[in-house]
Design a protein around this ligand. Structure first.
Ligand code: FES
Ligand code: FE2
Length: 398
């Protein structure tokens, strides 16, 4: 018979304690520990084409910003709220020298300098004292990257070998549809839920291999042997699957700080090094999106599917709600964890080791920044070599 003393172990939902998330790991706003860590790196904030003469609203790490390109071709990223009396520069107009606010016509250049105040005597005698908040941007791999951290700590924008060395016929293309989220471009959950999934090797045979039928290729349905290891810049997962005929499929996926998901094509169009990098961009605490840059042979084709592409792995946007319920994928599983998962309610087990390692690594970097040190992967060396990643799909002979 249950007594008061044992009531707490009965599992009754009535006896639940209030749940909570780990704010240090998940919250990204200015001044938060993770927000300060992430602000020490460059992040993609749009496609190169998004920086245009039409101002575009972008929300990154909880900041509301406006991306534009002045008529001399320079991209700019400024605080959305005009520093005069606060309307949004989203309604501004782009000119030769910058963006002009719709309300009283102040003109700002791509670095926020106030160039004109048309309502003021002589065009504004004190306009030089005014500065619209702005962030530095750089264009690379078809993406616009922004640095949103302390100006004196601005690192070099990293380059990656897998996007630098191209085979014949390959070129670099960029994508903003959140390849890998398994759903829409903007996902309504915390960025870490997706980032951790990259190291969750065991959900592949369950969610993608059995529960919803074959969503990738059949060999991925097999239960792999898995090892996790730290790399110089993150954590990698090594998954090995024995194939008929004695060969082994060796698949390495990586997370690289700050937010890079480095995942070889799960449809295994071809074996070899990873084809693309996805940046898991925290929009705010409860939304993320993924920008991808990759080597392609055809514009817009990032995940070439092999001959074994399964019939039931339809694109999310082509599925009905009933089909999504019947064949859930990454989107359903991760959004299903809630806007920010309740870490207090988790029961982590041995197959979650990669996730535990990632959280430990992130916590160490948060502490490093709080101690005034540079986090891992930040370099100020202008001639640093491109970063070599291990992520790949390979066939190993017996
Ligand atoms: S609010 Fe922008 S110029 Fe006045
Ligand atoms: Fe997945």
């Amino acid at each position: 018979m249950e007594t008061n003393r044992t009531a707490g172990t009965s599992g009754s939902a009535y006896l639940r304690k209030p749940s909570s998330h780990d704010a240090t790991l998940t919250e990204v706003g200015p001044g938060t520990p993770m927000g300060e860590l992430l602000r020490r790196y460059w992040h993609p904030v749009g496609l190169v084409a998004d920086a245009s003469e039409t101002p575009k609203s972008v929300r990154v790490l909880g900041d509301d910003l406006v991306l534009f390109r002045d008529k001399t071709g320079r991209p700019g990223l400024v605080w959305a709220r005009c520093c005069h009396r606060g309307t949004t520069l989203y309604y501004g107009k782009v000119e030769e020298r910058g963006i002009r606010c719709c309300y009283h016509g102040w003109l700002f250049d791509v670095e926020g300098r106030c160039l004109e105040q048309p309502c003021e005597p002589e065009g504004g005698l004190h306009k030089d004292k005014i500065r619209q908040p702005w962030y530095p941007v750089r264009e690379q791999y078809g993406l616009v990257f922004a640095y949103m951290g302390p100006p004196d700590k601005k690192p070099v924008l990293p380059r990656y070998e897998c996007l630098e060395t191209l085979a014949d016929g390959e070129f670099i293309d960029a994508d903003d549809t959140s390849i890998g989220s398994g759903g829409d471009a903007i996902a309504p959950c915390n960025w870490l839920q997706h980032f951790e999934n990259v190291l969750d090797a065991f959900h592949v045979p369950i969610l993608h291999g059995n529960f919803s039928g074959t969503q990738f290729i059949e060999v991925m349905n097999k239960m792999p042997e898995v090892k996790w290891d730290y790399t110089p810049l993150g954590v990698k997962t090594l998954s090995e699957r024995k194939l008929d005929g004695g060969r082994t499929m060796r698949r390495i996926t990586e997370v690289v700080l700050p937010t890079l998901r480095v995942v070889p094509n799960p449809f295994v169009g071809e074996y070899g090094r990873v084809e693309s990098i996805g940046w898991t961009l925290p929009i705010d605490d409860t939304h993320y999106r993924i920008y991808t840059a990759g080597r392609v042979r055809q514009a817009g084709v990032f995940l070439p599917r092999g001959a074994g592409a399964p019939a039931n792995a339809r694109r999310w946007r082509d599925m009905s709600e009933a089909e999504r319920r019947d064949f859930p994928g990454d989107w359903e599983a991760q959004i299903g964890q809630g806007a920010i998962t309740a870490h207090s309610e988790e029961n982590l087990v041995t197959s979650d080791r990669g996730i535990v390692m990632l959280r430990r690594l992130l916590r160490r970097q948060v502490e490093a920044v709080a101690d005034g040190k540079d986090p891992v992967g930040v370099t100020f060396d202008e001639v640093a070599e491109p970063i070599v990643l291990e992520a790949s799909n390979r066939l190993i002979d017996a």
